[in-house]
Design a protein around this ligand. Structure first.
Ligand SMILES: Nc1ncnc2c1ncn2[C@@H]1O[C@H](COP(=O)(O)OP(=O)(O)OP(=O)(O)O)[C@@H](O)[C@H]1O
Length: 325
């Protein structure tokens, strides 16, 4: 791993729906190294998908980037028009989604959809692209690829469709793959296979991965570094090793407590593992002080008084908490 491939500086994403704009995401800062596997975790509604979509140039109105920079290999993607982002997507940066049907065209064969990447980004002829499409399907371990290239997405299983989406995303060896909960909708055994496949292919191609998940266990297992997001802000950033042993933010601690552990039994009368009480606030209801304050057991008046800045910890870790441990 050498050098930085992606530098996100002070990214802000706002809801611009004709009323006063509201920031759904703000002050997001992180770097991803070449070939690194970087994790972004948090409960549903924390802003993970908005960050992913912004990075891939796929944000849709009424959401828009309202500040900051997204430097991919030094070039700022934030101000680029949609036409320019279309040229970069699949080539420099790719994204895979939880539901492959959102990314696949139901009216095109999978062979044509994979081949299109080589025609568009590599200038190959249709015939050469077809050969590459078969190779790409082989790489994602789809059996009988010569036959499968003629299939339409609806003729494939969920796991198979996920493999096709990965083949499309990685066809042109992008520098960065953004994976937004790519396995959440799949069976547990297939989940593990798909994650392994993504990691193996990205390792071979030198592609960095930004893995987005609500599952801290998964992210800590496969990533080098992890950022924890809460209510539109990063609240903690650590190495994956430290996230369990030295996490400093009460929210990260809460996510860890809620993880099902092997051999961990429910106490008598306990219905589920300890979950963090309360819910993630809606973007118009973000508290003015620490956004986690209403759910936090360590809260004091000071926490509620004003926004909390990031504090640098040792070893490059950072935390947004006045009472971190
Ligand atoms: N188009 C939109 N209009 C209004 N609010 C939106 C829109 N898109 C997202 N939001 C809000 O922005 C916040 C962040 O959403 P986002 O989808 O990024 O969360 P997430 O952490 O990715 O959750 P999930 O894991 O469920 O996708 C949420 O409160 C969501 O309701």
């Amino acid at each position: 791993m050498t050098g930085t491939i992606l530098e996100v500086r002070d990214l802000a994403i706002s809801l611009c729906d004709g009323h006063a704009p509201v920031a759904a995401v703000e002050g997001v800062n992180f770097n991803i190294g070449r070939g690194e596997v970087f994790g972004l975790v948090g409960e549903s509604g924390c802003g993970k998908s908005l960050c992913a979509l912004a990075l891939a140039g796929l944000l849709k109105s009424p959401m828009a980037i309202s500040g900051g920079q997204i430097l991919l290999e030094g070039r700022d993607l934030a101000p680029l028009p949609a036409s320019e982002m279309r040229r970069l997507r699949g080539n420099k940066v790719s994204m895979i989604f939880q539901e492959p049907m959102t990314a696949l065209n139901p009216l095109m064969t999978v062979g044509d959809q994979i081949g299109e990447m080589f025609v568009l980004h590599r200038g190959l002829t249709a015939r050469a692209a077809r050969v590459k499409a078969i190779e790409a399907l082989e790489q994602v371990q789809v059996s009988s690829p010569e036959r499968r290239i003629h299939a339409y997405p609806h003729q494939l299983s969920g796991g198979m469709r996920q493999r096709v989406m990965i083949a499309i995303a990685l066809a042109c060896d992008p520098a960065l793959l953004i994976a937004d909960e790519p396995t959440t909708a799949l069976d547990v055994t297939i989940q593990a296979e798909i994650v392994e496949l993504v990691l193996e292919l990205c390792r071979a191609k030198g592609t960095a991965v930004m893995m987005i998940s609500h599952d801290l266990g998964l992210v800590a297992r496969i990533c080098n570094r992890v950022a924890v997001m809460y209510a539109g802000q990063i609240v903690e950033q650590r190495s994956a090793e430290e996230i369990f042993t030295a996490s400093a933010h009460p929210y990260t601690r809460g996510l860890i407590e809620a993880l099902p552990r092997l051999g961990r039994r429910l106490e008598r009368g306990q219905e589920r593992l300890t979950e963090i009480g309360g819910v993630v606030p809606a973007i118009r209801d973000f508290p003015q002080g620490c956004r986690f304050a209403p759910r936090c057991s360590r809260v004091t008046a000071e926490c509620r008084a004003a926004p909390v800045a990031m504090t640098e910890l040792n070893e490059g870790g950072r935390v947004r908490c006045l009472h971190h441990v």
